[in-house]
Design a protein around this ligand. Structure first.
Ligand SMILES: Cc1ncc(COP(=O)(O)O)c(C=O)c1O
Length: 485
Protein backbone atom coordinates (compact mmCIF):
# COMPACT_ATOMS: atom_id res chain seq x y z
CA UNK A 1 0.00 0.00 0.00
CA UNK A 2 1.30 3.45 -0.78
CA UNK A 3 -0.02 6.50 0.87
CA UNK A 4 0.49 10.00 -0.31
CA UNK A 5 -0.45 13.21 1.40
CA UNK A 6 -0.71 16.64 -0.12
CA UNK A 7 2.53 18.61 0.10
CA UNK A 8 3.06 22.07 1.51
CA UNK A 9 4.52 23.30 -1.78
CA UNK A 10 1.41 22.49 -3.82
CA UNK A 11 -0.37 25.68 -4.87
CA UNK A 12 -2.08 27.30 -1.98
CA UNK A 13 -5.24 29.33 -2.19
CA UNK A 14 -3.39 32.62 -1.99
CA UNK A 15 -1.33 31.64 -5.05
CA UNK A 16 -4.28 30.60 -7.18
CA UNK A 17 -5.80 33.85 -8.22
CA UNK A 18 -4.99 37.51 -8.05
CA UNK A 19 -7.27 39.33 -5.68
CA UNK A 20 -10.10 41.24 -7.17
CA UNK A 21 -11.14 44.55 -5.73
CA UNK A 22 -14.59 44.51 -4.20
CA UNK A 23 -16.74 47.64 -4.44
CA UNK A 24 -16.05 50.75 -2.38
CA UNK A 25 -16.04 50.26 1.39
CA UNK A 26 -19.47 50.53 2.94
CA UNK A 27 -19.69 53.26 5.54
CA UNK A 28 -21.38 51.76 8.58
CA UNK A 29 -23.04 54.48 10.64
CA UNK A 30 -21.61 54.78 14.12
CA UNK A 31 -18.13 53.38 13.25
CA UNK A 32 -15.63 56.17 13.95
CA UNK A 33 -13.79 57.52 10.93
CA UNK A 34 -10.35 56.47 12.24
CA UNK A 35 -11.48 52.82 12.40
CA UNK A 36 -12.92 52.70 8.87
CA UNK A 37 -11.08 51.03 5.99
CA UNK A 38 -9.48 53.41 3.56
CA UNK A 39 -9.58 50.95 0.67
CA UNK A 40 -11.83 48.07 -0.31
CA UNK A 41 -10.85 44.54 0.76
CA UNK A 42 -9.26 42.57 -2.06
CA UNK A 43 -10.81 39.11 -1.99
CA UNK A 44 -9.40 36.27 -4.12
CA UNK A 45 -11.67 35.40 -7.04
CA UNK A 46 -11.98 31.64 -7.05
CA UNK A 47 -14.32 29.03 -8.41
CA UNK A 48 -16.05 26.53 -6.14
CA UNK A 49 -13.84 23.59 -7.22
CA UNK A 50 -10.72 25.61 -6.44
CA UNK A 51 -11.96 26.39 -2.95
CA UNK A 52 -13.12 22.81 -2.30
CA UNK A 53 -9.81 21.40 -3.54
CA UNK A 54 -7.86 23.85 -1.41
CA UNK A 55 -9.62 22.88 1.79
CA UNK A 56 -9.62 19.16 0.93
CA UNK A 57 -5.86 19.39 0.34
CA UNK A 58 -5.39 21.13 3.67
CA UNK A 59 -7.43 18.44 5.45
CA UNK A 60 -5.21 15.78 3.85
CA UNK A 61 -2.13 17.39 5.35
CA UNK A 62 -3.45 16.57 8.76
CA UNK A 63 -3.88 13.14 10.28
CA UNK A 64 -7.01 12.42 12.26
CA UNK A 65 -8.94 9.53 13.69
CA UNK A 66 -11.47 9.84 10.82
CA UNK A 67 -8.70 8.94 8.36
CA UNK A 68 -7.16 5.82 9.85
CA UNK A 69 -6.05 3.87 12.92
CA UNK A 70 -4.49 5.98 15.68
CA UNK A 71 -2.83 3.39 17.97
CA UNK A 72 -1.54 5.89 20.52
CA UNK A 73 -0.96 4.07 23.82
CA UNK A 74 -1.94 6.00 26.94
CA UNK A 75 -3.61 8.71 24.87
CA UNK A 76 -6.60 6.59 23.72
CA UNK A 77 -7.57 8.01 20.37
CA UNK A 78 -10.91 6.46 19.59
CA UNK A 79 -13.40 7.27 16.88
CA UNK A 80 -15.91 9.92 18.01
CA UNK A 81 -19.45 8.99 16.91
CA UNK A 82 -20.98 11.53 14.55
CA UNK A 83 -24.33 11.37 16.35
CA UNK A 84 -22.70 12.97 19.41
CA UNK A 85 -21.21 15.66 17.14
CA UNK A 86 -24.61 16.38 15.64
CA UNK A 87 -26.12 16.75 19.13
CA UNK A 88 -23.38 19.07 20.36
CA UNK A 89 -23.81 21.28 17.29
CA UNK A 90 -27.55 21.79 17.72
CA UNK A 91 -28.40 25.43 18.33
CA UNK A 92 -29.81 24.79 21.80
CA UNK A 93 -26.49 23.32 22.87
CA UNK A 94 -23.91 25.23 20.85
CA UNK A 95 -25.32 28.72 21.51
CA UNK A 96 -25.56 28.50 25.29
CA UNK A 97 -23.63 31.13 27.20
CA UNK A 98 -21.84 30.19 30.44
CA UNK A 99 -23.27 33.26 32.16
CA UNK A 100 -26.93 32.64 31.27
CA UNK A 101 -29.30 32.80 34.26
CA UNK A 102 -30.07 29.37 35.76
CA UNK A 103 -33.75 29.44 34.85
CA UNK A 104 -32.87 29.69 31.13
CA UNK A 105 -30.55 26.65 31.14
CA UNK A 106 -32.51 24.12 33.18
CA UNK A 107 -32.20 21.44 30.47
CA UNK A 108 -28.43 21.90 30.27
CA UNK A 109 -28.04 21.74 34.05
CA UNK A 110 -30.18 18.61 34.16
CA UNK A 111 -28.00 16.91 31.55
CA UNK A 112 -24.83 17.81 33.50
CA UNK A 113 -26.40 16.63 36.77
CA UNK A 114 -27.43 13.33 35.18
CA UNK A 115 -23.93 12.89 33.74
CA UNK A 116 -22.46 13.47 37.20
CA UNK A 117 -24.77 10.80 38.66
CA UNK A 118 -23.79 8.41 35.87
CA UNK A 119 -20.08 9.01 36.43
CA UNK A 120 -20.53 8.53 40.16
CA UNK A 121 -21.86 5.03 39.37
CA UNK A 122 -19.03 4.40 36.90
CA UNK A 123 -16.33 5.42 39.42
CA UNK A 124 -18.03 4.07 42.56
CA UNK A 125 -17.32 7.43 44.24
CA UNK A 126 -20.30 9.39 45.61
CA UNK A 127 -19.59 12.97 44.43
CA UNK A 128 -18.57 14.23 40.98
CA UNK A 129 -17.57 17.62 39.59
CA UNK A 130 -17.32 18.26 35.85
CA UNK A 131 -15.17 21.36 36.24
CA UNK A 132 -11.64 20.23 35.25
CA UNK A 133 -10.85 21.07 31.63
CA UNK A 134 -8.50 18.13 31.02
CA UNK A 135 -6.99 15.11 32.74
CA UNK A 136 -4.00 17.02 34.08
CA UNK A 137 -6.31 19.75 35.38
CA UNK A 138 -8.28 17.02 37.21
CA UNK A 139 -5.05 15.69 38.76
CA UNK A 140 -4.08 19.13 39.98
CA UNK A 141 -7.57 19.81 41.38
CA UNK A 142 -7.56 16.41 43.15
CA UNK A 143 -4.29 17.28 44.86
CA UNK A 144 -5.76 20.59 45.98
CA UNK A 145 -8.58 18.59 47.64
CA UNK A 146 -5.97 16.43 49.38
CA UNK A 147 -4.05 19.52 50.52
CA UNK A 148 -7.21 21.15 51.92
CA UNK A 149 -8.16 17.94 53.73
CA UNK A 150 -4.80 17.75 55.51
CA UNK A 151 -4.84 21.48 56.24
CA UNK A 152 -8.16 21.00 58.08
CA UNK A 153 -6.62 18.16 60.06
CA UNK A 154 -3.64 20.33 60.98
CA UNK A 155 -1.29 18.06 59.01
CA UNK A 156 -0.43 20.24 56.02
CA UNK A 157 3.05 20.93 57.40
CA UNK A 158 3.93 17.28 57.83
CA UNK A 159 2.18 15.61 54.86
CA UNK A 160 4.42 17.12 52.22
CA UNK A 161 5.20 14.22 49.88
CA UNK A 162 3.37 12.56 46.97
CA UNK A 163 4.46 9.06 45.92
CA UNK A 164 4.20 7.86 42.30
CA UNK A 165 5.18 4.64 40.53
CA UNK A 166 7.82 4.83 37.81
CA UNK A 167 5.09 4.00 35.26
CA UNK A 168 3.22 7.24 36.10
CA UNK A 169 2.23 9.55 33.27
CA UNK A 170 4.38 12.70 33.24
CA UNK A 171 1.47 14.92 34.17
CA UNK A 172 1.17 13.17 37.60
CA UNK A 173 4.46 14.39 39.10
CA UNK A 174 3.98 17.75 37.37
CA UNK A 175 0.55 18.20 39.00
CA UNK A 176 1.92 17.14 42.39
CA UNK A 177 4.76 19.66 42.11
CA UNK A 178 2.34 22.41 41.05
CA UNK A 179 0.19 21.64 44.09
CA UNK A 180 3.26 22.24 46.25
CA UNK A 181 4.31 18.64 46.99
CA UNK A 182 7.70 16.98 46.87
CA UNK A 183 7.52 13.84 44.69
CA UNK A 184 9.11 10.46 45.20
CA UNK A 185 9.24 7.62 42.68
CA UNK A 186 8.34 4.03 43.62
CA UNK A 187 10.00 1.35 41.47
CA UNK A 188 8.06 -1.31 39.57
CA UNK A 189 8.52 -5.04 39.62
CA UNK A 190 7.56 -6.82 36.39
CA UNK A 191 5.68 -3.70 35.29
CA UNK A 192 3.55 -3.31 38.46
CA UNK A 193 4.10 -1.39 41.71
CA UNK A 194 6.76 -2.99 43.92
CA UNK A 195 4.53 -3.23 47.00
CA UNK A 196 7.43 -3.79 49.41
CA UNK A 197 9.13 -0.62 48.11
CA UNK A 198 5.87 1.30 48.44
CA UNK A 199 5.35 0.15 52.03
CA UNK A 200 8.91 1.16 52.89
CA UNK A 201 8.35 4.65 51.44
CA UNK A 202 4.96 5.34 53.08
CA UNK A 203 5.18 7.47 56.24
CA UNK A 204 3.50 10.29 58.14
CA UNK A 205 5.07 12.57 55.51
CA UNK A 206 3.00 10.96 52.70
CA UNK A 207 -0.03 12.96 51.54
CA UNK A 208 -1.01 10.82 48.58
CA UNK A 209 -0.11 7.89 46.35
CA UNK A 210 -1.06 8.49 42.70
CA UNK A 211 -1.80 5.39 40.69
CA UNK A 212 -3.15 4.52 37.24
CA UNK A 213 -4.93 1.17 37.05
CA UNK A 214 -4.53 -0.49 34.62
CA UNK A 215 -1.18 1.22 34.56
CA UNK A 216 0.63 2.69 31.57
CA UNK A 217 2.22 -0.67 30.76
CA UNK A 218 -1.34 -1.96 30.19
CA UNK A 219 -1.15 -4.13 33.33
CA UNK A 220 -3.81 -4.35 36.00
CA UNK A 221 -2.27 -3.69 39.43
CA UNK A 222 -3.57 -6.88 40.99
CA UNK A 223 -2.17 -5.97 44.44
CA UNK A 224 -4.45 -2.96 44.52
CA UNK A 225 -6.34 -3.93 47.70
CA UNK A 226 -3.09 -4.46 49.58
CA UNK A 227 -1.81 -1.15 48.20
CA UNK A 228 -4.98 0.68 49.33
CA UNK A 229 -4.74 -0.82 52.79
CA UNK A 230 -1.08 0.17 53.19
CA UNK A 231 -1.69 3.74 51.92
CA UNK A 232 -4.65 4.24 54.27
CA UNK A 233 -2.80 2.70 57.20
CA UNK A 234 -0.18 5.44 56.78
CA UNK A 235 -2.97 8.06 56.89
CA UNK A 236 -2.43 9.08 53.24
CA UNK A 237 -4.93 9.35 50.36
CA UNK A 238 -5.07 7.13 47.29
CA UNK A 239 -5.54 8.90 43.97
CA UNK A 240 -6.82 7.21 40.79
CA UNK A 241 -5.62 8.46 37.42
CA UNK A 242 -8.61 7.40 35.30
CA UNK A 243 -7.03 7.87 31.88
CA UNK A 244 -7.15 4.10 31.39
CA UNK A 245 -10.66 3.56 32.71
CA UNK A 246 -11.83 2.30 29.32
CA UNK A 247 -10.18 -1.05 30.16
CA UNK A 248 -12.41 -1.72 33.19
CA UNK A 249 -15.53 0.29 32.39
CA UNK A 250 -18.60 -1.32 33.98
CA UNK A 251 -16.54 -4.28 35.24
CA UNK A 252 -14.93 -2.77 38.32
CA UNK A 253 -14.26 0.76 39.53
CA UNK A 254 -11.90 2.91 41.62
CA UNK A 255 -14.35 2.99 44.56
CA UNK A 256 -14.20 -0.80 44.85
CA UNK A 257 -10.41 -0.71 44.67
CA UNK A 258 -10.20 1.67 47.65
CA UNK A 259 -9.38 4.95 45.89
CA UNK A 260 -10.36 8.21 47.62
CA UNK A 261 -10.34 10.49 44.60
CA UNK A 262 -10.18 10.05 40.83
CA UNK A 263 -9.98 11.98 37.62
CA UNK A 264 -11.43 10.68 34.35
CA UNK A 265 -10.64 11.78 30.82
CA UNK A 266 -14.01 11.91 29.05
CA UNK A 267 -12.05 12.64 25.87
CA UNK A 268 -10.54 9.16 26.14
CA UNK A 269 -13.00 6.80 27.79
CA UNK A 270 -16.23 8.37 26.54
CA UNK A 271 -15.18 9.16 22.96
CA UNK A 272 -15.13 12.92 22.75
CA UNK A 273 -12.63 14.99 20.75
CA UNK A 274 -9.14 14.96 22.21
CA UNK A 275 -7.00 17.89 21.26
CA UNK A 276 -3.35 17.48 22.22
CA UNK A 277 -3.69 18.24 25.93
CA UNK A 278 -6.96 20.10 25.65
CA UNK A 279 -9.61 21.26 25.46
CA UNK A 280 -10.96 18.15 27.07
CA UNK A 281 -13.07 17.18 30.01
CA UNK A 282 -11.27 16.07 33.14
CA UNK A 283 -14.02 15.07 35.66
CA UNK A 284 -13.21 14.84 39.34
CA UNK A 285 -14.84 12.16 41.51
CA UNK A 286 -14.38 12.09 45.29
CA UNK A 287 -15.14 9.82 48.20
CA UNK A 288 -16.75 11.05 51.43
CA UNK A 289 -13.58 12.47 53.03
CA UNK A 290 -12.66 14.66 50.07
CA UNK A 291 -16.11 15.49 48.63
CA UNK A 292 -16.63 18.63 50.80
CA UNK A 293 -13.57 20.18 49.10
CA UNK A 294 -14.79 19.76 45.48
CA UNK A 295 -14.77 22.96 43.40
CA UNK A 296 -17.80 25.28 43.40
CA UNK A 297 -20.34 25.63 42.01
CA UNK A 298 -21.94 22.20 42.47
CA UNK A 299 -25.11 21.34 40.60
CA UNK A 300 -27.92 20.50 43.01
CA UNK A 301 -31.50 19.42 42.40
CA UNK A 302 -34.19 21.04 44.54
CA UNK A 303 -37.64 19.71 43.73
CA UNK A 304 -37.76 19.76 39.95
CA UNK A 305 -35.27 22.62 39.57
CA UNK A 306 -31.50 22.58 39.14
CA UNK A 307 -29.24 25.15 40.78
CA UNK A 308 -25.58 26.09 40.86
CA UNK A 309 -24.67 25.94 44.54
CA UNK A 310 -21.76 28.10 45.73
CA UNK A 311 -22.46 27.63 49.43
CA UNK A 312 -19.74 25.06 50.18
CA UNK A 313 -17.48 26.55 52.86
CA UNK A 314 -14.77 23.88 52.54
CA UNK A 315 -14.57 24.01 48.72
CA UNK A 316 -11.23 24.72 47.03
CA UNK A 317 -13.18 27.36 45.05
CA UNK A 318 -13.64 27.77 41.34
CA UNK A 319 -11.04 26.28 39.02
CA UNK A 320 -12.25 27.46 35.63
CA UNK A 321 -14.42 29.94 33.72
CA UNK A 322 -17.96 28.62 33.40
CA UNK A 323 -19.00 25.34 34.94
CA UNK A 324 -17.95 22.57 32.55
CA UNK A 325 -16.85 21.64 29.02
CA UNK A 326 -20.50 21.56 28.03
CA UNK A 327 -20.08 20.34 24.42
CA UNK A 328 -17.76 17.51 25.47
CA UNK A 329 -19.99 16.56 28.38
CA UNK A 330 -22.99 16.35 26.08
CA UNK A 331 -21.07 14.14 23.64
CA UNK A 332 -19.96 11.91 26.52
CA UNK A 333 -23.50 11.65 27.88
CA UNK A 334 -24.78 10.70 24.42
CA UNK A 335 -22.01 8.09 24.15
CA UNK A 336 -22.96 6.59 27.53
CA UNK A 337 -26.70 6.53 26.81
CA UNK A 338 -26.36 5.05 23.34
CA UNK A 339 -24.22 2.25 24.77
CA UNK A 340 -26.20 1.57 27.92
CA UNK A 341 -24.74 -0.31 30.87
CA UNK A 342 -24.03 -3.53 29.00
CA UNK A 343 -22.67 -1.59 26.01
CA UNK A 344 -20.16 0.21 28.23
CA UNK A 345 -18.98 -3.13 29.59
CA UNK A 346 -18.56 -4.19 25.97
CA UNK A 347 -16.30 -1.15 25.42
CA UNK A 348 -13.94 -2.53 28.08
CA UNK A 349 -14.03 -6.13 26.85
CA UNK A 350 -13.55 -5.17 23.22
CA UNK A 351 -10.64 -2.79 23.90
CA UNK A 352 -8.91 -5.51 25.94
CA UNK A 353 -9.54 -8.08 23.21
CA UNK A 354 -8.29 -5.73 20.46
CA UNK A 355 -5.04 -5.00 22.26
CA UNK A 356 -4.35 -8.60 23.16
CA UNK A 357 -5.00 -9.67 19.57
CA UNK A 358 -2.64 -7.03 18.17
CA UNK A 359 -0.11 -7.67 20.96
CA UNK A 360 0.06 -11.37 20.12
CA UNK A 361 0.68 -10.55 16.43
CA UNK A 362 3.22 -7.76 16.94
CA UNK A 363 5.04 -9.75 19.60
CA UNK A 364 6.40 -11.85 16.70
CA UNK A 365 8.40 -8.85 15.47
CA UNK A 366 9.59 -7.19 18.66
CA UNK A 367 9.89 -8.35 22.28
CA UNK A 368 7.17 -7.58 24.81
CA UNK A 369 8.87 -6.99 28.16
CA UNK A 370 5.85 -7.74 30.38
CA UNK A 371 3.39 -10.60 30.72
CA UNK A 372 1.61 -11.61 27.52
CA UNK A 373 -1.94 -10.87 28.71
CA UNK A 374 -2.65 -7.19 29.18
CA UNK A 375 -5.63 -4.89 29.47
CA UNK A 376 -6.26 -2.20 26.83
CA UNK A 377 -2.69 -1.40 25.71
CA UNK A 378 0.69 -3.09 25.48
CA UNK A 379 4.36 -2.23 25.28
CA UNK A 380 6.99 -3.44 22.82
CA UNK A 381 10.70 -2.78 22.96
CA UNK A 382 12.44 -1.50 19.83
CA UNK A 383 15.86 -2.24 21.41
CA UNK A 384 16.72 -5.17 19.02
CA UNK A 385 16.37 -2.76 16.07
CA UNK A 386 19.56 -1.08 17.25
CA UNK A 387 21.55 -4.07 15.91
CA UNK A 388 20.52 -2.88 12.41
CA UNK A 389 21.35 0.75 13.25
CA UNK A 390 17.64 1.57 13.56
CA UNK A 391 15.77 3.13 16.45
CA UNK A 392 12.16 3.24 17.57
CA UNK A 393 11.83 6.77 16.20
CA UNK A 394 12.71 5.48 12.67
CA UNK A 395 10.02 2.82 12.89
CA UNK A 396 7.49 5.40 14.08
CA UNK A 397 8.33 7.67 11.13
CA UNK A 398 8.16 4.78 8.65
CA UNK A 399 4.67 3.87 9.89
CA UNK A 400 3.46 7.34 8.90
CA UNK A 401 4.21 6.47 5.26
CA UNK A 402 1.79 3.57 5.61
CA UNK A 403 -1.06 5.96 6.36
CA UNK A 404 -1.42 5.02 10.03
CA UNK A 405 -0.47 7.17 12.97
CA UNK A 406 2.57 6.04 14.96
CA UNK A 407 2.05 4.50 18.41
CA UNK A 408 3.32 6.33 21.51
CA UNK A 409 7.10 6.04 21.61
CA UNK A 410 9.70 6.31 24.39
CA UNK A 411 6.99 5.95 27.06
CA UNK A 412 6.79 4.26 29.51
CA UNK A 413 10.38 5.12 30.25
CA UNK A 414 11.14 1.90 32.13
CA UNK A 415 11.35 0.02 28.79
CA UNK A 416 14.30 0.63 26.46
CA UNK A 417 13.20 2.12 23.10
CA UNK A 418 9.58 1.57 24.14
CA UNK A 419 6.63 1.49 21.76
CA UNK A 420 3.23 1.62 23.36
CA UNK A 421 0.21 0.50 21.37
CA UNK A 422 -3.48 0.91 22.10
CA UNK A 423 -6.32 -0.25 19.84
CA UNK A 424 -9.54 0.89 21.45
CA UNK A 425 -12.91 -0.73 20.97
CA UNK A 426 -13.80 1.45 18.00
CA UNK A 427 -11.16 -0.30 15.82
CA UNK A 428 -12.50 -3.16 13.69
CA UNK A 429 -10.66 -6.44 13.15
CA UNK A 430 -10.12 -5.37 9.51
CA UNK A 431 -8.46 -2.10 10.55
CA UNK A 432 -6.33 -3.82 13.18
CA UNK A 433 -5.16 -6.35 10.56
CA UNK A 434 -4.27 -3.46 8.26
CA UNK A 435 -2.27 -1.87 11.06
CA UNK A 436 -0.47 -5.16 11.77
CA UNK A 437 0.39 -5.57 8.06
CA UNK A 438 1.68 -1.97 7.97
CA UNK A 439 3.77 -2.61 11.08
CA UNK A 440 5.27 -5.75 9.52
CA UNK A 441 6.22 -3.89 6.32
CA UNK A 442 7.75 -1.09 8.37
CA UNK A 443 9.70 -3.21 10.86
CA UNK A 444 11.16 -5.44 8.12
CA UNK A 445 12.08 -2.56 5.81
CA UNK A 446 15.73 -1.71 5.09
CA UNK A 447 17.59 0.61 7.49
CA UNK A 448 18.04 3.11 4.60
CA UNK A 449 14.28 3.35 4.07
CA UNK A 450 13.62 3.55 7.80
CA UNK A 451 16.12 6.38 8.20
CA UNK A 452 14.65 8.29 5.23
CA UNK A 453 11.02 8.00 6.37
CA UNK A 454 8.59 9.62 6.08
CA UNK A 455 8.81 10.06 2.31
CA UNK A 456 5.14 10.49 1.43
CA UNK A 457 3.90 13.11 3.84
CA UNK A 458 3.34 16.81 3.45
CA UNK A 459 6.41 17.36 5.61
CA UNK A 460 9.41 15.02 5.71
CA UNK A 461 11.38 14.26 8.85
CA UNK A 462 11.34 17.36 10.97
CA UNK A 463 13.59 18.60 13.71
CA UNK A 464 11.05 17.99 16.46
CA UNK A 465 12.92 19.86 19.17
CA UNK A 466 13.20 22.95 16.99
CA UNK A 467 9.57 22.61 15.88
CA UNK A 468 8.49 22.65 19.52
CA UNK A 469 10.76 25.54 20.46
CA UNK A 470 10.24 27.69 17.39
CA UNK A 471 6.77 26.85 16.08
CA UNK A 472 5.58 28.42 12.83
CA UNK A 473 2.12 29.56 13.71
CA UNK A 474 0.87 31.46 10.67
CA UNK A 475 0.70 30.74 6.96
CA UNK A 476 3.01 33.71 6.36
CA UNK A 477 5.70 32.02 8.50
CA UNK A 478 5.15 28.76 6.62
CA UNK A 479 5.54 30.44 3.25
CA UNK A 480 8.74 32.10 4.46
CA UNK A 481 10.08 28.77 5.66
CA UNK A 482 9.27 26.89 2.45
CA UNK A 483 10.84 29.69 0.37
CA UNK A 484 14.04 29.29 2.39
CA UNK A 485 14.19 25.48 2.15
C1 LIG B 1 -2.22 8.00 32.14
C2 LIG B 1 -2.52 9.45 31.83
N1 LIG B 1 -2.76 10.30 32.84
C3 LIG B 1 -3.03 11.61 32.61
C4 LIG B 1 -3.07 12.13 31.34
C5 LIG B 1 -3.34 13.61 31.16
O1 LIG B 1 -4.56 13.83 30.51
P1 LIG B 1 -4.82 15.14 29.63
O2 LIG B 1 -4.04 14.98 28.36
O3 LIG B 1 -6.29 15.15 29.40
O4 LIG B 1 -4.37 16.32 30.43
C6 LIG B 1 -2.81 11.28 30.25
C7 LIG B 1 -2.80 11.82 28.86
O5 LIG B 1 -2.51 11.19 27.90
C8 LIG B 1 -2.53 9.91 30.50
O6 LIG B 1 -2.29 9.05 29.51
Amino acid sequence: MTFRQARWDEPAIWDLAPSAAAGPPIAIPGVPERLRRKAAVRWPELSEPEVVRHFTRLSQMNFGIDTSTYPLGSCTMKYNPKVSEALARRRGAANLHPDQPEETVQGALEMLWRLERLLSKVTGLPEVSLQPAAGAHGEYAALLLVRSYFRDRGESGTRAEVLLPDTAHGTNPASAAMAGYATREIPSKNGCVDVAALKAALSERTACFMLTNPNTAGLFESDILEIAEAVHASGAMLYYDGANLNAILGITHPGRMGFDVAHLNLHKTFATPHGGGGPGAGVLAAGEKLAPYLPVPRIVKKGRKFHLDYDRPKSIGKIRRGYASFGLDLRAYAFALTHGEEGLRHVARRSVLNSNYAGAKLGKFLPRPFRPLVKHEFVLSGAPLKERGVRTIDLAKRLLDEGVHAPTVYFPTLVEESIMVELPETESRRDIDRFIAAFERAVTDSPENLHAAPRNLAVRRIDEVRAAREPLLSWKDLRGASAQS
